[in-house]
Write a protein that binds this ligand. Structure first.
Ligand code: ZN
Length: 137
């Protein structure tokens, strides 16, 4: 998935699970959004890095689990958990798939090719749902 789609999907999960906190307009809610952006995009640092295999350890479920310990002490760090977890879940929708238990070979795959029209429509649909959840009727 493209970074934009990762951000939209992370925002969707954040709105679902942390809506009140997300829109509290406190320092913590702004930090939460910043950490959400970092968490949703950082796992792909391995794309242009020759030391790490793409969609390897940075995409594993172990990263958000480890971040849960940080979030226990600092609530906005849940954004890193949501961001990194949403990244893996979104990548699971692509044919290249997501191996949540890296280095084990178990893989979840989907039909949406990265950069395709299907990805754009997927992102647009999620945005539509987010607006429906956020905007007053
Ligand atoms: Zn990725």
């Amino acid at each position: 998935m493209k970074a934009t789609t990762h951000l939209i999907f992370a925002l969707f999960l954040a709105v679902v699970f942390f809506k009140d906190f997300l829109f509290a307009r406190t320092i913590e809610s702004f930090i939460f959004i910043a950490l959400l952006i970092i968490g949703a995009t950082l796992p792909d640092f391995d794309i242009k890095n020759t030391w790490f295999k793409h969609r390897g350890l940075s995409h594993s479920i172990f990263v958000p689990i480890a971040l849960l310990f940080v979030a226990y002490f600092y609530l906005p760090a849940y954004a890193l958990v949501v961001g990194t977890l949403s990244h893996g879940l979104a990548d699971a929708l692509t044919p290249m798939g997501w191996k949540p238990f890296t280095p084990f070979k178990f893989k979840i795959k989907g039909p949406i090719k990265t950069g395709s029209l299907a990805e754009i429509l997927f992102a647009a649909a999620i945005l539509f749902v987010i607006f429906g959840m956020v905007l007053p009727i």
